[in-house]
Design a protein around this ligand. Structure first.
Ligand SMILES: *[C@@H]1O[C@H](CO)[C@@H](O)[C@H](O)[C@H]1NC(C)=O
Ligand SMILES: *[C@@H]1O[C@H](CO)[C@@H](O)[C@H](O)[C@H]1NC(C)=O
Ligand SMILES: *[C@@H]1O[C@H](CO)[C@@H](O)[C@H](O)[C@H]1NC(C)=O
Ligand SMILES: *[C@@H]1O[C@H](CO)[C@@H](O)[C@H](O)[C@H]1NC(C)=O
Ligand SMILES: *[C@@H]1O[C@H](CO)[C@@H](O)[C@H](O)[C@H]1NC(C)=O
Ligand SMILES: *[C@@H]1O[C@H](CO)[C@@H](O)[C@H](O)[C@H]1NC(C)=O
Length: 471
């Protein structure tokens, strides 16, 4: 969705899920790639989109160095920038390249053009540059519907050229869709593809099924939240842990949804099933949250962006799949790596990035347990806080225990001290729970309090109130 994506950008995919032992050096590059892609198939990863509407975009070599410093090992370009493809050679960074929408006509109407595109952008760089996929167009069915008839021909021509080059098993071809091609997403069991698109979707899905390629979806809980305020709670959109009463229950399946993204992914599975396709995996090609917006976008804040993206990463790495398909965890590409200062209003459009274009972070992700993902990450920070939706009497009992027998340090929540405000039991309980949790060295079981506490990576400190555990 992230509006008006007519300009070219790059998508960067971050993979932090495996490292190849250095003994692999003796094997040939091709063998290595095969081993890696086998691991890759099994391991869900997180990606980041990189737009190029940036006034001072890093040079290709600086970009690749930055990716390496940040331990980013997968990238995808929205076009097929040859400088970047060249700079990526002999790195372990994987790249998905894209055919911009304005090239669909040429490629979709000529196998020869498709073949020369593959020669120029794939064969010329592979396997030194680890190209893993081709995204054909972006949100074509919704942003340039007049090009819809060209989409499948373009995909098939490119695939045909890959077959001719014997690269079709290593490199997958698909096309990213906007979430809006799916109607009635909530509850997910009632979702279906917009029927006006059936004549495109049926053969497309059959192609994806036949070639083992993913259904690429751009899914933004942010927009779902903004368009359904009061219906979709912020916490569900941000993947915050919920009390059972706040989970969304699908009345048809009785499946419980703790977050909006899972519901959107399951809606895609249900929509495919309605067209009798059950063996295509959903790949989330874009998802994210803006860190800044104008007065009409009050939820575009650094805190929310940090919470969303941090929780998103953890959710993927948890590998818990979705309620409908716990066995499949979709890889997700965060939108996006750099803020694009040249994007036109609204303000949020220029503020989806994890980093400013000079490579300083917009905010620090809190991605506990994700290993080396993003060098700027403050991974090991976790805090223990009171859950939402717990009645205050139960919380008070837990608070009394923490500050009494539990011997938590509750000095800061006494009247006049820095964490006394806001003066309510939830805030005080959170401070006391966190104090206890940190005192116990974050031992397992030390953030429970009979089920009313939860671990978070979002620093609950506010104003002059600093929670224990913030270094
Ligand atoms: C283009 O290639 C596809 C598959 O590779 C083939 O089915 C089709 O006949 C070709 N079209 C032309 C005009 O050669
Ligand atoms: C379904 O798709 C058609 C054709 O693209 C579009 O005109 C229509 O608005 C869509 N329907 C909905 C409910 O979004
Ligand atoms: C899906 O399968 C059902 C039952 O075999 C059939 O009635 C229906 O037409 C099929 N739908 C599509 C889109 O192929
Ligand atoms: C983020 O990482 C870069 C590169 O390692 C470093 O120069 C910068 O100081 C870091 N910023 C913070 C806030 O840690
Ligand atoms: C983070 O935690 C891991 C494992 O618990 C530990 O090995 C590592 O040293 C910690 N890093 C920091 C910066 O504390
Ligand atoms: C309790 O916490 C406060 C504020 O962090 C600190 O100044 C004080 O020394 C702590 N007390 C004990 C007994 O650790």
């Amino acid at each position: 969705m992230a509006n008006s994506k007519l300009t070219t950008y790059l998508i960067l995919i971050i993979c932090f899920c495996f490292t190849v032992p250095s003994t692999a050096k003796t094997s040939t590059l091709v063998q290595e790639i095969k081993q890696q892609s086998q691991v890759q198939d099994k391991e869900p990863f997180v990606g980041v989109n990189l737009g190029t509407d940036v006034s001072d975009l890093l040079s290709a070599t600086d970009l690749v160095s930055f990716l390496q410093v940040q331990k980013i090992s997968h990238i995808r370009l929205y076009d097929a920038n040859q400088d970047i493809l060249k700079a990526l050679a002999k790195t372990k960074i994987r790249v998905i390249i894209s055919v911009p929408n304005n090239q669909l006509l040429a490629i979709g109407s000529s196998n020869t053009t498709a073949a020369s595109w593959i020669d120029r952008y794939v064969v010329a760089y592979y396997p030194e540059t680890l190209i893993t996929g081709i995204a054909v167009g972006d949100e074509v069915l919704t942003t340039v519907p007049s090009s819809a008839p060209l989409l499948l021909p373009a995909i098939q021509s490119l695939y045909g050229a890959l077959v001719a080059a014997n690269l079709h098993t290593q490199i997958k071809v698909s096309t990213p869709h906007a979430a809006s091609i799916i109607l009635d997403t909530f509850p997910p069991s009632q979702a279906y593809f917009n029927q006006s698109l059936t004549s495109v979707m049926v053969p497309l899905l059959q192609f994806l099924s036949r070639t083992g390629s993913p259904l690429m979806m751009n899914l933004y809980p942010y927009y779902v939240f903004m368009e359904n305020k009061g219906v979709v709670p912020l916490d569900n959109s941000l993947f915050k842990p919920l009390t059972p009463s706040k989970e969304m229950v699908d009345p048809n399946t009785l499946l419980h949804y703790t977050n909006v993204l899972d519901a959107m992914i399951d809606a895609a599975y249900v929509s495919m099933k309605n067209l009798n396709v059950t063996d295509v995996v959903v790949l989330v090609t874009e998802s994210g949250w803006p860190s800044k917006g104008d007065s009409k976008e009050p939820y575009a804040t650094k805190d929310n962006a940090d919470t969303y993206n941090s929780n998103l990463i953890k959710h993927v790495l948890d590998r818990s799949g979705t309620p409908l398909h716990p066995e499949i965890t979709s890889s997700v590409y965060i939108y996006e790596l750099f803020n694009e200062d040249l994007r036109s209003p609204p303000v949020s459009e220029a503020n989806w990035g994890l980093f400013y274009s000079n490579s300083t972070p917009v905010y620090l992700l809190h991605v506990s347990g994700s290993g080396t993902f993003l060098a700027n990450d403050t991974t090991n920070q976790t805090f223990c806080i009171a859950m939402d939706g717990v009645d205050s009497k139960t919380l008070q009992t837990a608070l009394d225990w923490a500050c009494g027998p539990g011997r938590a340090n509750c000095s800061e929540i006494q009247p006049g001290e820095s964490c006394y405000q806001p003066n309510n039991v939830k805030n005080h309980a959170s401070y006391a729970f966190d104090s206890y949790y940190q005192m116990e060295g974050k031992a397992s079981g030390s953030c429970d309090f009979k089920g009313v506490a939860m671990i978070t990576t979002t620093d609950p400190s506010h104003g002059s109130c600093v929670f224990p555990g913030r270094w």
